[in-house]
Design a protein around this ligand. Structure first.
Ligand code: IMP
Ligand code: MG
Length: 184
């Protein structure tokens, strides 16, 4: 890999300003939908962290923050189909209004599994907010309530999303150059 992260980016798919603009719109919608309620905002580690932080800053209804870490991918770009809970919620969500915040829905395997687990804990409601959606890749039927952007079936990095744990800190969503996959 080249020394600078940016040198490995072939194309910026969604620039920083567009991300921020769309996140403000999502927050506005969420503020309207949850009027008079409070939210348990469940971030899925680690990909959702940047999105989660920017979104939370614009939410005006009472909100508590909790996180889950699951693993469905190895270090490559393909789903393994195996989902494992690595870190569970700290809060009891029974009777609460849960908003799951995720970076991207691809096959839907990760969220399908997670939603089933969280439903069994009897929350009052569960909604899904994801920054990116690749609807063409669905294996499990998952329809997010809030979507930032629908994207084509390309592997993307940045703004929380990684390839082999790198690139999460880029402020935009980009596509890697082919040679960036060759070595770590
Ligand atoms: P799913 O279970 O196939 O829906 O995969 C969801 C997870 O796969 C996300 O939380 C991401 O961590 C990862 N993922 C899917 N597509 C991409 C991508 O284009 N770039 C980086 N990570 C991805
Ligand atoms: Mg992830």
């Amino acid at each position: 890999m080249k020394y600078s992260l940016e040198e490995n980016i072939a194309k910026i798919l969604i620039p920083k300003e567009k991300l921020q603009e769309r996140i403000s719109e999502l927050a506005k919608q969420i503020n309207e939908d949850y009027q008079g309620k409070s939210i348990v905002m469940v971030g899925i580690l680690r990909g959702a962290v940047l999105f989660y932080g920017d979104l939370a800053k614009e939410i005006k209804v009472p909100l508590s923050m909790d996180f889950m870490a699951v693993s469905s991918y190895g270090s490559g770009t393909r789903s393994s189909g195996v989902v494992r809970i690595i870190h569970d919620l700290e809060e009891n969500i029974e009777g609460k209004d849960v908003l799951i915040v995720e970076d991207i829905i691809d096959s839907g395997l990760t969220l399908h599994y997670l939603v089933e687990i969280l439903k069994s804990r009897k929350p009052n409601s569960i909604k899904l907010c994801c920054l990116l959606d690749k609807p063409s890749q669905r294996v499990k039927p998952i329809n997010p309530d809030y979507v930032g952007f629908e994207i084509p079936n390309e592997f993307v990095v940045g703004y929380g999303l990684d390839y082999a744990e790198m690139y999460r800190n880029l402020p935009y969503i980009g596509i890697l150059k082919p040679e960036a996959y060759a070595t770590k």
